[in-house]
Write a protein that binds this ligand. Structure first.
Ligand SMILES: Cc1cc2nc3c(=O)[nH]c(=O)nc-3n(C[C@H](O)[C@H](O)[C@H](O)COP(=O)(O)OP(=O)(O)OC[C@H]3O[C@@H](n4cnc5c(N)ncnc54)[C@H](O)[C@@H]3O)c2cc1C
Length: 459
């Protein structure tokens, strides 16, 4: 990028907040996938006004702007394939207000998710969305991807907690949506439009988030199943009984062995699957009653053992296991491709059977884990990208996984978003009319196509 433009950016955000050395550009060139491309410059703004001025400059000069949180995304949506500005929001990381009376928090977009959660929990409040990347993702990134997580079965996804946003549009104007009111139907629902828009429609600089009371009691259990199919059936049976656990997470045998190899937590290695179940609420007795019912259903469906955590340490260990799945897979193969398909939960057993069949046919391991309670599975293909035969197989497997999800009435992604990796399949999932409308929205809000170009919708 030419020196004059870099100088103008430095005038807007300050000298230290513009990085253009090759080693800095390398750091901002990737996300949680294996994709990589360097930006021309990295800018780290500290105020909404700075973002606004910077985007005005980018718009005048036709420079692509790729917003970026902690780059933990799994769809390559923050990789700056077109070069331009990597706009890192991580220096806008303040909690501006925790309003206990209204149960809302007002935060800057770059705050790390776990920092917000810890701060509100100190005040007996609760921010439920809990992507497994809570320590490595920002609220802005969570909103931009409409992130979910293990607790979303009971509590809903990030978008269910967005009450208001401050955004900078593609021409630099600042837009405020919503507010602290719980009920608000004035005009189109712009909070929902920008939530999940993956940085293609506006840059989120602040958010007003709904909080709830912190659940006082929790029970956590691990159910061991000799047969994966039985655990999938148990998930449906638990929910059909009217029990709504906060969490119903499934891990298959490969996931279990990867975690064990990496963490040595004492997980059983002779089972096909584990279910992590958590119930929570304000009343100890009903939390225990729900867990007792869930565990007896697991036994009825073939669980050989169900262990309820007796101490906070035991509970932490179970969660450590679940949160380690994704990182531990890295030890098994040089590369992994984690998908994020969703199916109606009644179709989970069939989805799992089909995924196992795909894995056998292509002779590549597919690790299955995920939020089984809401039908959101993360089949992770383990492979070596340097081997062209394996890479070709991976592409075919991905296409089969998406076809499977659509055939079972589901969709391509429950929480990771489209980015570029799932973009080729979007038309098939949504249909021509929906794609046309989405294109119209994009071109109305970003006619010069400078905000995260090429993501979600093909140019
Ligand atoms: C180990 C691991 C576990 C994960 N587990 C989960 C999980 O359980 N649930 C889940 O939903 N996801 C999960 N993810 C994926 C990822 O963490 C989420 O998508 C997360 O929301 C991304 O946040 P981020 O701050 O890292 O955003 P980035 O990866 O930096 O960006 C993601 C997208 O958001 C856009 N963006 C970022 N900030 C802004 C902003 N301020 N304004 C506008 N656009 C913005 C970017 O342009 C990009 O399109 C996981 C990832 C990893 C590596």
């Amino acid at each position: 990028m030419n020196e004059k433009l870099i100088l103008r950016m430095r005038e807007i955000v300050g000298r230290d907040n513009v990085l253009a050395e090759p080693e800095d550009l390398a750091v901002y060139s990737y996300d949680g996938t294996f994709e990589e491309h360097r930006p021309d410059v990295v800018v780290l703004p500290q105020t909404t006004q700075q973002v606004s001025k910077l985007i005005m400059l980018a718009s005048d000069e036709n420079i692509p702007v790729v917003p970026r949180g902690m780059a933990s995304g799994l769809a390559a949506s923050s990789v700056p394939f077109t070069g331009g500005i990597a706009l890192s929001m991580t220096r806008m990381n303040q909690i501006l207000e925790i309003d206990k009376l209204n149960s809302v928090a007002r935060v800057e977009a770059g705050i790390v998710t776990v920092d917000l959660q810890s701060a509100v929990e100190k005040q007996d409040l609760f921010y439920p969305p809990d992507p497994s990347s809570i320590r490595h993702s920002t609220i802005g990134g969570n909103i931009a991807c409409n992130a979910g997580g293990p607790r979303c079965l009971k509590y809903g996804v990030t978008g269910d907690y967005v009450l208001g946003l401050t955004l900078v549009l593609a021409d630099g104007r600042v837009l405020k949506t919503g507010g602290k009111s719980i009920k608000d139907v004035a005009g189109y629902d712009l909070n929902s439009l920008f939530t999940g828009s993956e940085g293609t429609l506006g840059v989120i600089t602040e958010a007003i988030l709904k909080l709830i009371s912190k659940p006082k009691f929790t029970q956590t259990a691990l159910a061991e199943f000799s047969l994966l199919d039985d655990s999938a059936k148990a998930v449906n049976a638990i929910l059909a009984q009217g029990i709504l656990p906060a969490t119903l997470e499934l891990m298959d045998e490969t996931a279990i062995s990867c975690i064990e190899e990496a963490m040595h937590l004492g997980l059983p290695l002779d089972v096909e699957s584990l279910l992590l179940i958590e119930t929570d609420g304000a009343d100890d007795l009903s939390v225990k009653r729900e867990m007792a019912l869930a565990t007896s259903i697991c036994r009825e469906f073939g669980a050989r053992e169900v262990k309820i955590a007796q101490t906070e340490g035991e509970r932490a260990k179970l969660w450590k296991a679940r949160r380690s799945v994704s990182p531990s897979l890295a030890r098994k193969a040089p590369n992994k491709l984690g998908e994020d398909i969703t199916v109606p939960r009644s179709a989970i057993p069939e989805a799992i059977r089909n995924l196992k069949d795909i894995s056998t046919r292509y002779e590549l391991p597919i690790v299955i884990f995920g939020h089984a309670g809401d039908g959101n599975l993360h089949p992770n293909i383990l492979f070596d990208k340097r081997d062209p035969v394996q890479w070709e197989k991976v592409n075919q497997i991905v296409a089969e996984e998406f076809k499977l999800a659509l055939r079972l009435g589901g969709t391509l992604t429950g929480e990771h978003g489209i980015g570029t990796l799932k973009r080729p399949f979007l038309r098939e999932a949504l249909g021509d009319v929906s794609i046309d409308i989405q294109r119209l929205i994009k071109s109305a809000l970003d006619p010069k196509n400078i905000l995260n170009p090429g993501k979600v919708i093909q140019d």
